[in-house]
Design a protein around this ligand. Structure first.
Ligand SMILES: C[S@@+](CC[C@H](N)C(=O)[O-])C[C@H]1O[C@@H](n2cnc3c(N)ncnc32)[C@H](O)[C@@H]1O
Length: 280
């Protein structure tokens, strides 16, 4: 499992600069999910909140505004380039009640019973050992402290990932089957699995609510949108050893999908998530 954790750390550090580059597009897509989860967490002024897998810091900054100067937000993420961006943004926003820690949230030794609440927008599905990871988070919460996060339901319910995936599969064929429980964006797609992982971690008062909504990745030229898909989407990546003709055909298939789906408001597709809350 140490190997899995190390591979994930390397992956997210390598991907960091691309996530920084596309931050605004990603934020536009994820904003409604983050807002719903923050509303459910309902941070109060003065609280100490942990933002798990905080990436470039958008939700950490929002949480910091809500807890105010008497409160504090710690963003934790394995990706150093993303946290550099989060720190820069916190300084620009004058939010001195934030700190950002480069660490695996599933293993880092947080101060025990420290946080009033823990939160994540799509940053909590990547633990090499989920029960151990959530146990680690529970120990960082004060007794009764709240955990609220939003995570994806199954790929089949998320056309934002299946549609570009189908375009790529037209050229490359179907992707290799994946272990649904392996760390990755869809590892908590099953409500039963969330329930068993959180219960195994000693969390209580578990509530798992479906949340369906359209997500918008914005507009741009066909080339810009194709590049976004190739750079960022799970399943849309072109294999490193693919030859030029194959690459061109994949881009053409994605371009056709983009042109088919584009509206005056950019590209909007369906998304399905779980809003999850629990207590330590
Ligand atoms: C899908 S991104 C979401 C980022 C951010 N929460 C947002 O909404 O923009 C997943 C994030 O989780 C981070 N991550 C993955 N595994 C992690 C771990 N074990 N501990 C902390 N962060 C992790 C990644 O580096 C990445 O920033």
């Amino acid at each position: 499992m140490a190997d899995v954790a190390e591979a994930l750390r390397t992956y997210w550090n390598d991907r960091g600069p691309v996530w920084v580059e596309y931050r605004e597009r990603l934020d536009a897509m994820l904003a409604p999910l983050g807002e719903a989860a923050i509303a459910r967490l309902h941070p109060d002024p003065g609280e100490h909140v942990l933002d798990i897998g905080c990436g470039t810091g958008t939700t950490s900054l929002e949480l910091a505004r809500l807890v105010g100067e008497a409160g504090h937000v710690t963003g934790v993420d394995v990706s150093a380039p993303m946290l550099d961006e989060a720190r820069r943004r916190a300084v620009d926003a004058g939010l001195g009640n934030t700190e950002f820690v480069v660490a695996d949230a599933g293993a880092h030794q947080f101060e025990p019973r420290h946080f009033d609440a823990a939160f994540s927008r799509m940053g909590i599905m990547f633990f090499a050992e989920p029960v151990a990871g959530f146990t680690n988070l529970r120990r960082a919460l004060r007794p009764g402290g709240r955990l609220t996060f939003v995570c994806w339901r199954s790929p089949a319910e998320n056309s934002w990932v299946t549609e570009p995936g189908q375009a790529v599969a037209e050229v490359l064929g179907p992707p290799d089957p994946m272990d649904p429980d392996a760390p990755g964006p869809f590892s908590l797609a099953s409500a039963d699995r969330i329930s068993s992982v959180l219960t195994g971690a000693g969390l209580v008062d578990i509530d798992i609510t479906p949340h369906d909504l359209p997500v918008n990745i914005g507009g741009g030229t066909t080339d810009e949108l194709v590049r976004y898909y190739v750079d960022l989407l799970p399943g849309a990546a072109i294999p490193e050893n693919a030859d030029e003709h194959v690459i061109d055909r994949v881009k053409a298939a994605l371009g056709a999908m983009v042109d088919r789906r584009r509206t005056a408001d950019g590209i909007t597709m369906g998304a399905a998530a779980w809003l999850v809350s629990a207590r330590a």
